[in-house]
Design a protein around this ligand. Structure first.
Ligand code: DC
Length: 214
């Protein structure tokens, strides 16, 4: 069974997706990590961002593996490196690249064919798994999302201001929603959950009861 969770950055998607997967005994697929990994490889390879074909070619040479919470490129654990502000800033080049999207969506389908999965991203219910058994669209207000992102960054030892985080987030929201390929979009049959004021456990519980009710 496939359960998809889509929504904007900072809505708490990853945490609830992991929690739901654990609760149901499903595997978890963080598809944002895959776009981040391609962008990180581009940074390291000094890719010219103005040449999308070069990045797409590089993407197909990478062995990207996901194991639980960790992500590996060609065997190297890059779980932290993909989440720095530097990598986050250039991830739009992989996310907006149609060839890379097509390639990664194929990889996602291959992985998800092997077991029960909770997959998480922007296009999971619309493009990657339109026939998913359950689709959730998780949101939170921009201010709430920026506060959560700032806490995450501080936990990773990065400094940032709430104002900067909010500005970056607004820009990424616009990029995510206006992208021609795989834009952030609520599937018609997705269940929307606004997480402001809810704990992670409450969100996971709400989703799990919807799934169990079938
Ligand atoms: O969820 P995240 O912040 O780790 O995602 C990183 C970037 O990748 C974000 O800008 C949106 C993009 N993304 C995407 O375009 N499609 C997905 N399925 C997942 C993430």
């Amino acid at each position: 069974m496939i359960i998809t969770i889509d929504g904007p950055a900072g809505a708490g998607k990853s945490t609830v997706a992991r929690g739901l997967a654990r609760k149901l005994g499903f595997q978890f697929l963080d598809t944002g990590a895959m776009y981040r990994a391609v962008a990180l490889a581009g940074l390291r390879g000094n890719i010219d961002w103005g040449r999308p074909d070069d990045l797409a070619r590089l993407a197909t040479t990478l062995n990207i593996e996901l194991a639980g919470d960790r992500i590996f490129i060609d065997g190297e654990d890059v779980s932290e490196a993909i989440r720095t502000q530097e990598t986050t800033a250039v991830t739009r080049y992989s996310a907006a690249n149609p060839d890379i999207r097509a390639y990664l969506v194929e990889r996602q389908r291959e992985m998800a064919a092997k077991a029960d999965f909770v997959t998480e991203g922007r296009d999971q219910g619309t493009v990657a798994f339109p026939d998913a058994a359950f689709k959730f669209f998780v949101t939170a207000s921009p201010e709430e999302r920026a506060r959560r992102r700032l806490l995450d960054l501080q936990r990773q030892g990065e400094s940032a201001s709430l104002k900067k985080v909010l500005e970056d987030q607004n820009r990424r929201d616009r990029q995510d929603s206006s992208r021609d390929v795989g834009p952030l979009l609520k599937a018609d049959d997705a269940i929307e959950i606004l997480t402001d004021g809810l704990t992670i456990d409450e969100v996971v519980e709400r989703m799990a009861s919807i799934v169990k009710a079938g």
